[in-house]
Design a protein around this ligand. Structure first.
Ligand code: SIN
Length: 481
């Protein structure tokens, strides 16, 4: 149940707290299954009308100065921080992550708004040295126009701001389709954006399904750019849907992150890195370590310490004190973790701790560790997206680089070693868009988040994140009379 204060923050025409007569999506509490609210299920006609509104809004918004846009964004940033606790409560209710993590996510979400408000004033073009002396060659950077975002349930706030902040800084408008399980955080952010003074319709949240909302956004010739975070499978479909209109795409897709611990690592630092990377959001992040490779000489010591740390994790309703592990998002998530565990055990892996769901009527799954995992097991090829630490053993640096790169994915990788030459050598050899060295936490607003291979296209955050929302315009001026 949401209390009155949280309901006030969700005062939006698309939301109701009683079962409505219109077509709606029920949003349930992730831990208890109780109804939290209903959000309007937008149909194609709603989406088409919203796209036109976003187009009008963008035509005016792009005429504001960069400083005006930056000031509006800073006002939004301040309001988000002011309502941090409430936003975190809403996030935990619909998504399930512990309140401490939800608070962290709201801060993380806000950080993108501040970062890109700062970047708004540095969208500089270039003056190119001309080929002919009477000519002047310029490159301008201009807002791409109306943009759209399709965002995931695992970070219901931060994945929205990571996309809309650069869009607004550049002078674009954005239509946002939040995940069906977690639309409330999106609406709360929109309510605060309007309170901060951002012009109406530069941010439009459109709850609904992937056909009526997602496909309509992809097919619209007015929408010039789509940013998506989610699975590689869905990313491929969206690429196809965007192909006829040659839309610019940012895709942050699946991962299968290797985390490598060498014999020369600081063991406690490595264990902390494994815990941070693996069990954040109950293993439901696309940068979670999926394959943990530990070198022979430290395998037993590191495994033992990981098992001890996992034993200290506390599963439960994220609003309760000390809880570190919330529920998984749905039954399919439980089935995936279970199937990876069964497949690995069938092929010789050993269950060290955990291994089962809490009860058949909820989606809590014990934090689990498997040892003696090998490359032939499903967990080596597929992202588990759940609280399963799969511990592999390796002997040499060359062998582990080959194993780590043996995947079509290339999002994040991690390595732990005290040897500087090895840090560089292995860091450069790993075929990934992001490499954490001696840390399991790499995400922040200043980092260029994104993957290579089938993990996606483009970068979010950092000074590069705004480029996807800009078009280059080359101007050639002939000065001859
Ligand atoms: C994600 O899982 O998609 C994002 C994780 C992060 O930003 O750290």
């Amino acid at each position: 149940m949401l209390d009155q204060q949280l309901k006030n923050l969700l005062r939006h025409t698309d939301i109701t707290f009683q079962a409505p007569s219109f077509d709606a999506i029920e949003v349930k509490d992730a831990a208890t299954g109780v109804s939290l609210a209903w959000v309007k299920k937008h149909d194609r006609a709603d989406v088409e009308a919203a796209i036109v509104r976003a187009e009008h809004a963008q035509a005016l918004f792009k005429q504001q100065s960069a400083l005006q846009r930056a000031d509006l964004m800073m006002a939004w940033y301040q309001l988000i921080l002011k309502h941090q606790q409430d936003l975190a409560q809403i996030l935990t209710a619909e998504q399930g992550k512990p309140l401490s993590e939800a608070n962290g996510e709201i801060k993380y979400a806000a950080s993108f708004i501040r970062w890109f408000a700062e970047q708004a004033r540095r969208i500089d073009g270039d003056v190119i040295t001309p080929v002919q002396s009477q000519q002047r060659l310029l490159v301008l950077k201009q807002a791409i126009g109306v943009t759209a975002a399709i965002t995931p349930w695992n970070f219901p706030a931060a994945m929205i701001t990571r996309k809309i902040a650069p869009a607004l800084a550049a002078g674009c408008s954005m239509l946002i389709k939040p995940a069906e399980q977690t639309p409330l955080s999106a609406y709360a952010l929109e309510v605060l954006a309007m309170q901060a003074g951002l012009p109406r319709d530069v941010m439009i949240t459109l709850s609904g399904d992937s056909v009526d909302v997602g496909q309509t956004l992809c097919e619209s010739p007015i929408v010039r750019k789509l940013s998506f975070t989610g699975s590689t499978e869905v990313g491929r479909i969206l690429m196809q849907q965007c192909a006829p209109t040659i839309k610019k795409l940012s895709l942050e897709l699946g991962g299968n992150a290797p985390l490598i611990v060498f014999d020369d690592a600081n063991i406690e630092q490595a264990v902390k890195g494994i815990m941070n990377s693996k069990y954040r959001n109950s293993g439901q992040t696309c940068v979670c370590a999926n394959r943990i490779y530990i070198q022979d000489g430290v395998y037993d010591a590191v495994s033992q310490r990981v098992i001890e740390e996992v034993a200290k994790l506390k599963m439960g309703d994220g609003r309760l004190a000390d809880v570190t592990q919330g529920p998984l998002i749905d039954e399919d998530a439980i089935i995936k973790v279970q199937s990876h565990i069964e497949d690995a055990i069938d092929q010789g892996a050993k269950l060290a701790i955990g291994g089962k769901r809490l009860a058949p009527d909820n989606t809590f799954f014990e934090p689990t560790v498997l040892t003696h995992v090998t490359q032939s097991m499903r967990v080596a090829r597929e992202e588990t997206f759940g609280p399963l630490a799969a511990l592999f053993r390796f002997k040499t640096e060359d062998e582990v680089i080959q194993m780590a790169n043996a995947t079509e994915f290339g999002l994040a990788a991690y390595l732990f070693s005290q040897n500087t030459a090895r840090q560089w050598r292995v860091g450069e050899a790993l075929e990934y868009g992001m490499v954490g060295i001696n840390t399991g936490l790499i995400s922040n607003e200043a980092s260029s988040f994104g993957g290579i291979k089938q993990s996606g296209l483009g970068r979010e955050g950092s000074q590069y994140g705004i480029e996807d929302y800009l078009e280059l315009k080359y101007m050639c001026i002939d000065l001859s009379e």
